[in-house]
Design a protein around this ligand. Structure first.
Ligand SMILES: NCc1[nH]cc(CCC(=O)O)c1CC(=O)O
Length: 312
């Protein structure tokens, strides 16, 4: 194989991620030429409506996947957390890259930590998961919707529309934005459980042995273990397009795997949370089993109520 095309969105984060993978692939496969094909997705066009109301994150993938299925590209590089748990026919999650910082971070021009926010401070996020957890930490805060690409969100913070905003650390790191904001405060995993797959890249590929072989070079074993637990948890719970679910698994130095999960109402008034530690060789089906215990405790009802609240 001499040439590969990566289909990508045109946002700065998507381009950074695709350029990064292009460079790694060309390094790993001498003689291989990788190019990018920029695709505008429905998600990029509809910017003024909260994500929960327009059918969720799948809208950022549809046109990319169509491009691959038409044979105009063989690979796509996604933030893994934006990849739905079920893959479309003909496309595979061929590799999951080593994950970097998987935490969420609070960004502010004025306040150095969540504790330092004054009563009633305005925090920007459109994520039900972040809303739920920041409100369960600090019920007094005011949550204000915030959409757009990472750079747009930071611009809105700087324009003074918000006292703080919450973003994924990985996105800020990849785009080199750490210095563009006065305070970047990583929120501990136990205080804000990230989204499934946060901080890792998912490499989607057409079902072609040569392409899959090349993609295999990008795979990270521990990240695959972690994110399989996370994706199985979310897949078993389902519950609409955009849901207040946090789940994070971490392979620890001692060979144990720590998994933390939380499900609840977007206003943070009711949550189910659990954290379990098992040896690395006992993670089979862990995500599904944890989801079953959540369901026994009423997670489905909670998510149904969460959805009603989100669509009001
Ligand atoms: N939902 C958008 C999105 N998808 C991936 C990232 C960040 C990078 C990552 O988590 O891998 C972001 C921005 C954010 O949530 O702050």
């Amino acid at each position: 194989m001499k040439k590969l095309v990566i289909a990508t969105r045109g946002s700065k984060l998507a381009l950074w991620q695709s350029e990064h993978i292009k460079a790694v692939l060309e390094e790993q496969n001498p003689g291989l030429e990788v190019s990018l094909k920029i695709v505008v997705t429905s998600g990029d066009k509809i910017l003024d409506v909260p994500l929960a109301k327009i059918g969720g994150k799948g809208l950022f993938l549809k046109e990319i996947e169509e491009t691959m299925l038409k044979g105009e590209a063989q690979l796509a590089v996604h933030s893994l957390k934006d990849v739905p748990t079920q893959m479309p026919d003909g496309l595979l999650l061929a590799a999951i890259t080593e994950r970097e910082d998987d935490r969420d971070a609070m960004l502010s021009e004025k306040y150095a930590s969540v504790d330092a926010l004054p009563e009633g401070a305005v925090v920007g996020t459109s994520s039900l998961r972040r809303r739920m957890q920041i409100l369960s930490l600090r019920p007094d805060l005011t949550i204000k919707d915030l959409r757009g690409n990472v750079d747009t969100r930071i611009r809105k913070l700087k324009e003074g529309d918000y006292d703080a905003i919450i973003l994924a650390s990985a996105g800020i790191n990849r785009l080199g934005l750490l210095d563009s904001v006065e305070y970047v405060y990583p929120i501990a995993l136990g205080d804000m459980v990230p989204a499934m797959g946060q901080g890792a890249l998912g490499i989607e590929a057409v079902d072609d042995p040569e392409v899959l072989e090349i993609a295999r070079g990008l795979e990270d074993t521990n990240t695959r273990i972690e994110t399989t637990i996370e994706r199985d948890f979310v897949d078993t719970l389902q519950g609409g397009c955009q849901v207040p679910i946090g789940v994070n698994a971490t392979v620890l130095e001692n060979g144990q795997v720590l998994t933390q999960a939380i499900v609840g109402l977007p206003d943070g008034t009711e949550v189910l949370a659990e954290s379990v530690e098992v040896p690395k060789d006992a993670v089979d089906n862990l995500g599904r089993k944890m989801a079953e215990t959540f369901i026994e405790q009423g997670a489905r009802e909670l998510l149904a109520r969460a959805e009603e609240m989100a669509f009001k």
